[in-house]
Design a protein around this ligand. Structure first.
Ligand code: CU
Length: 93
């Protein structure tokens, strides 16, 4: 990931048993922070963006510092009763 404003984040959701992309996922209560680098209070503005690729969910994020960031999210996934939680860690350079 590029450090800076309007960085593009793409998240791929895959059904593990089949390896197929999962469409129709609703991602909500997302949080982007630097908890992997012990700066959990440092958050970044981000917004969902349209995506034309099946199973790929995009965000645009205003990153303000190089280092490791965590995208934390809750998801409603078709076919799953429970709300799923996930954390994706990436590095901004
Ligand atoms: Cu930081």
């Amino acid at each position: 990931m590029k450090n800076g404003a309007a960085s593009e984040l793409a998240l791929r959701v895959i059904h593990k048993p089949t390896g197929k992309p999962v469409e129709g996922v609703v991602l909500f209560r997302t949080r982007l922070d630097m908890s992997p680098d012990s700066m959990g209070e440092m958050t970044a503005k981000h917004a969902a963006q349209p995506s034309s690729e099946p199973g790929v969910y995009k965000f645009r994020a205003d990153l303000t510092m190089a280092g490791r960031w965590a995208l934390k999210l809750m998801a409603k996934v078709p076919g799953e009763k429970e709300t799923l939680e996930a954390t994706v860690v990436f590095e901004a350079k």
